[in-house]
Write a protein of this length. Structure first.
Lengths: 157, 70
């Protein structure tokens, strides 16, 4: 029986972005359970485990010898990954050995970053200009430059 | 010239706001607008740095991050 390991991922806070990250890793929406109240995770032998989670990928969708993978929503609003030692150390079609949590965090960060860029460009800047606190569309210049994995949005007026 | 720069690191999800040449009070409004929009995405603020008093043009930096404890 594999032990579950809980990770400190204090900055995974948005359930929709987390689901998008899991989808990018290869799971489809029908394989990702979302529960308002945490539900029981099951192990390889179909044994109910004491761990519970709000977002769950059942073991049959992880690997032939896998356990359920879960993300528990904590009181502070962050999601804590709950992954068995087996699934952490085993590579599969959707996870690299030892990298599951790192990969989730990396994809979550990238999706969040792209959402930040869109939010700043499409929401923050126009609203600030409407409020008269950052120039106007007529006298301000907005430029967006991507260099490697960095995006710089510059507003000058 | 007033300059507002947002830098987003797609590797870490970290978004940084730097304001130059804008009086401090306006910086606070811009910072507030930025932080409110980041909060909608579940992105938390980790630090704020202001380097001038409220009446003068200032350099003002706020950092929001999705992965503060990496």
């Amino acid at each position: 029986m594999s032990e579950y390991v809980k990770y400190d991922c204090s900055d995974i806070t948005d359930d929709q972005t987390l689901i998008e990250a899991l989808q990018q890793m290869g799971w489809n929406t029908s394989q990702i359970e979302v529960h308002q109240n945490p539900v029981t995770l099951y192990g390889y032998h179909n044994d109910a485990r004491p761990e519970k989670a709000n977002i769950v990928i059942r073991r049959q969708n992880v690997g032939s010898s896998s356990n359920d993978i879960g993300f528990l929503k904590l009181d502070d609003g962050t999601y804590q990954p709950i992954v068995s030692e087996y699934d952490t150390s085993t590579s599969g079609p959707r996870q690299r050995s030892g990298h599951f949590v790192t990969d989730v965090k990396s994809k979550y960060a990238r999706i969040t970053g792209e959402k930040c860029v869109a939010q700043i460009t499409n929401m923050t800047i126009p609203r600030m200009q409407q409020q008269g606190i950052a120039g106007t569309p007529r006298n301000a210049k907005v430029s967006t430059v991507r260099v490697g994995n960095q995006v710089q949005i510059k507003l000058t007026y | 010239m007033a300059e507002i720069v947002w830098t987003v690191d797609l590797d870490t999800g970290k978004a940084e706001l730097t304001i130059n040449g804008i009086p401090g009070k306006a910086c606070e409004l811009i910072h507030g607008a930025f932080s409110a929009d980041m909060a909608k995405l579940g992105v938390r603020e980790t630090s704020v740095t202001a380097t001038a008093d409220k009446a003068k043009p200032s350099k003002y930096t706020a950092v929001n991050t999705a992965t503060a404890r990496r």
